[in-house]
Design a protein around this ligand. Structure first.
Ligand code: ADP
Ligand code: MG
Length: 210
């Protein structure tokens, strides 16, 4: 992977497709234990990115990530808009002046997840998107540092994301709107955990298919 070969647009399109393919499910998850707007927030964010596709095409990887972050922050809305916005702004800063290879992509992703932890003041086991993102980024870091081939590392990351997403079902929520529900939140998968998993799997599949 070299910087010049990375264009973010196919990834954004793959994310739009997976969100649209799971639209009803995503809407229902946030209706069950949130306020029902997570699907619309995500669609608004992705559409804003695609409306900026000409500008994004001109930018290098680092600048494109930063622009994605700022666009999400200013358009998406909801807790997830500020969290994903912050993640991409941080990933843009982390990517600056770096030679892009498997290790740096993994480091950039990990830095993005750390920024969500800091901004959301949350960690594992709180029934949020972090229950998908933390195990996925840890899995990728471990695979890459062990020299595992990229396509295998990405398949393992997908599995970690799916296991993490499913683990939210039996959790009590301690962050976000679902935390107001106490025991009633149990039995439902967290919407942000599911959409983070869908997006990670879509991005991984894009890279694997290349
Ligand atoms: P809102 O909660 O403002 O309606 P969304 O519905 O778009 O925003 O996003 C909700 C998702 O955001 C939740 O499903 C959860 O995964 C995530 N989330 C909410 N609060 C936090 C937090 N403090 N830390 C991490 N993720 C959070
Ligand atoms: Mg919501």
């Amino acid at each position: 992977m070299s910087d010049s070969s990375i264009t973010v647009l196919p990834f954004i399109q793959a994310i739009k497709d997976t969100i649209n393919n799971h639209a009803d499910e995503i809407a229902h998850l946030d209706q069950a234990i949130g306020d029902g707007d997570h699907l619309i927030n995500l669609q608004r964010g992705v559409d804003a990115l695609l409306n900026n596709s000409d500008a994004l095409k001109q930018l290098d990887f680092s600048a494109a990530l930063s622009k994605i972050g700022m666009t999400l922050m200013s358009t998406m809305g909801g807790a997830s808009g500020s969290l994903f916005g912050s993640m991409f702004v941080t990933m843009g800063k982390t990517a600056k002046d770096k030679q892009i290879d498997s290790q740096t992509v993994s480091d950039i992703f990990t830095a993005g997840v750390e920024s969500i932890k800091a901004r959301g003041k949350a960690g594992m086991g709180e029934k949020t998107m972090l229950d998908t993102l933390i195990p996925a980024s840890s899995s990728l870091q471990q695979s890459i540092s062990n020299g595992v081939e990229l396509s295998v590392a990405l398949e393992d990351m997908k599995k970690a994301a799916i296991d993490g997403m499913e683990s939210t079902k039996d959790m009590l929520a301690t962050k976000g709107r679902a935390s107001f529900l106490g025991e009633r939140a149990r039995g439902h998968i967290d919407a942000g955990a599911r959409t983070s998993q869908l997006m990670l799997c879509a991005i991984a599949d894009c890279i694997i298919e290349k």
